[in-house]
Write a protein that binds this ligand. Structure first.
Ligand code: SAH
Length: 598
């Protein structure tokens, strides 16, 4: 059954004239709501019965204070009010009408008069006469959250609103204001330059060296967006170091850093961002280059740390119950934790208050610099005798640069098993498919699984794996360039064609595939389709990083999505979308759970 839905909008009501009809406590509430958004409420009370100050005290106070204008109406004058009491700018029409009086005839005639004039109208208890309804709202600074059940019950909406609000970290409203100010400062005067820099970077990335047309860049969507935009598929596109002008590049990087911080930092961490921290971040991204900092001289092996140690560990795909006991123990005992930006809130919540925590300042294009920064921090802390936990997402050795870190730390004098330890984590590459109900190997269907990256070094596409019908391929870091990846899998590259190197077996467009985003997190999303439609599906459904792509017949073993064929008359999309994560919600039969580990 199709459920009723409304277009949720945020109306800028500053200076608007709202007519509030009725003389009851609801009218008082409407006047307060109206005033709170900068509008001018005019209270219209029907007939002489209310003359002489028979208003609820809350309303009377507002009228006495001059905040609410009070008009006593005679019958038949309402229509005139609709056209005369409003702003001059809109020829005297009022901007919205709230009927709080329960007189049916009055409500009906006012509502119809409003609708004829396209004036938004809301009538108490008469959904059939409302052109809009109000949401149950939670407000904190510039942050507003509105809930509607579209008529399924206002008490229910209020309860849901309370529940949503109580799940938010304290200080989020203030943080929105602070981050908003930061965003404006980055944009102020910079955006034109930034646009040019980003376009240049994207052109290089796409290797369209001779391109002259400047297509609008999606990376700049952030400048014009409203809150209805989700991330687009190019969110994690690489920002290449611009060659022309370093300060332009710095501006681009600052904007990208802010976007990545808002996307990946745990809300709790975002909520506690301070003015000084914002200043430091802005400052750092004004000057910091995207390339790794100059080699600042490695510590020689003779300086090997005497007491400190570094533990490189994987935190799993997202859900804290997917930590290993060893990693959980390391979280509890470390003096300093240096976490990657993808390490999720649930895991960070387990960190004891006393522990020092830093999150990597990493985004596509400055990975080297961010990595270097963390290595330096880790080395310094360990040399001071501390136990340092380098917490990475998933498994540290699966596209986590864990191997590189081990080499760097060995060179800095750390010794395996003495001052340097590596602990595994559950990789998203295998648990992601599992949580989407995809066994990457399955008898008679798939006998091998390949874990690949969709992005090569410096943004160059990596060599695509060949097709075998019994092969499952899992692509990490691939969704931002899904169009390119699908093209490479299903057709030979220009280079291959030129050099007549066309031995690779191509993947049929009909190969089943699945996109799994935020695996094991409460907002997990799974899209099931085929290679033919996956790019369109991501484009249309939006992107919720981090996410991965699984390709192969294994996708259809436990869940079959039969895409509508092109000649089919059905209007359904050739993909399906599943939201949410409940796999670990085992209730009372849950395995011991984290509590027992503490
Ligand atoms: N070491 C990590 C992978 C790091 S590379 C691991 O073993 O999981 C980062 C990529 O991992 C992302 O671009 C995305 O493709 C994938 N990824 C990480 N966490 C994910 C998650 N919870 N759901 C889906 N994909 C995820």
């Amino acid at each position: 059954m199709a459920h009723p839905r409304s277009l949720l909008t945020a109306v800028n009501s500053h200076g608007h004239v709202h007519l509030v009809i009725g003389a009851n406590s609801l009218a008082a509430a409407r006047c307060s709501q109206s005033l709170a958004v900068g509008a001018k409420p005019i209270l219209v009370t029907p007939g002489p019965a209310h003359q002489g100050g028979l208003l609820p005290p809350a309303l009377q106070v507002r009228v006495d204070a001059g905040e609410v204008r009070w008009v006593h109406s005679s019958p038949g004058l309402y229509e005139t009010y609709l056209e005369t009491l409003g702003r001059e700018q809109v020829d005297g029409f009022v901007d919205a009408v709230f009927v709080t009086d329960r007189d049916h005839c009055l409500a009906e005639s006012v509502a119809r008069a409003c609708m004829r004039r396209r004036i938004p109208v809301n009538v108490v208890d008469r959904p059939d006469l409302c052109s809009f309804t109000l949401l149950s709202t939670h407000t904190e600074g510039p942050l507003q959250i509105g809930i509607t059940t579209n008529g399924s019950g206002c008490k229910l909406a209020a309860r849901i609103r309370r529940e949503v609000a109580s799940a938010l970290p304290t200080g989020l409203g203030e943080a929105c204001a602070r981050l908003g100010a930061m965003r404006r400062r980055i944009q102020e005067g910079d955006w034109r330059i930034e646009e040019a820099a980003t376009t240049a970077a994207e052109e290089t990335l796409l290797q369209t060296t001779e391109t002259t047309t400047k297509a609008p860049t999606t990376a700049n969507m952030t400048l014009f967006e409203d809150d209805s935009y989700d991330q687009n598929a190019t969110f994690n596109q690489l920002v290449l170091p611009a060659t022309k002008n370093d300060s332009d590049a710095a501006k681009t990087r600052r904007m990208r850093w802010l976007a990545q911080m808002c996307e990946y930092w745990p809300l709790k961490r975002l909520a506690s961002v301070t003015d000084t921290e914002v200043e430091t971040l802005l400052e750092a991204y004004t000057t910091q280059a995207a390339s790794p900092p100059e080699d600042r001289g490695q510590t020689s092996p003779s300086d090997a740390p005497s007491q400190g140690r570094i533990i490189l560990a994987g935190s799993g795909p997202g859900h804290p119950d997917l930590l290993t006991r060893a990693v959980h123990q390391a979280i509890l005992s470390a003096d300093v934790i240096l976490a990657d930006k993808l390490v999720p809130q649930g895991v960070l919540d387990l960190i004891p208050r006393r522990t020092e925590v830093a999150i990597a300042r990493k985004f596509p294009g400055n990975a080297d610099a961010a990595q270097e920064e963390l290595i330096e921090q880790a080395t310094a802390a360990a040399l001071a005798g501390k136990t340092v936990l380098r917490l990475k997402q998933g498994d540290p050795f699966v596209y986590g640069r864990g191997g590189e870190e081990v080499l760097r730390l060995r060179a800095a004098g750390f010794r395996d098993g003495q001052s340097l330890f590596v602990l595994p984590g559950i990789t998203s590459a295998l648990s992601g498919p599992l949580f989407a109900g995809i066994p990457p190997t399955h008898r008679d269907v798939a006998d091998q699984v390949l874990i690949c990256t969709g992005t090569g070094k410096k943004g160059k596409p990596p060599q695509p794996p060949g097709y075998r019908d019994a092969r499952t391929a899992v692509f990490l870091m691939a969704l931002h360039r899904i169009v390119g990846l699908v093209t490479e899998l299903t057709d030979y590259t220009a280079e291959e064609k030129e050099q007549s190197k066309m031995q690779r077996t191509l993947w049929p467009l009909s190969t089943p595939c699945a996109v799994i985003e935020r695996a094991s997190c409460p907002d997990q999303k799974v899209i099931r389709t085929t290679l033919a439609h996956v790019a369109a599906a991501i484009e249309q459904e939006g992107s919720r990083p981090p996410g991965l792509l699984v390709v192969g017949r294994a996708c259809n073993v436990l869940h079959t999505h039969v895409p509508a064929s092109s000649d089919s008359t059905t209007t359904s999309k050739p993909w399906s979308v599943e939201e949410g994560f409940a796999n670990l919600d085992l209730g009372s039969i849950s395995p011991a759970g984290l509590a027992s580990l503490a």
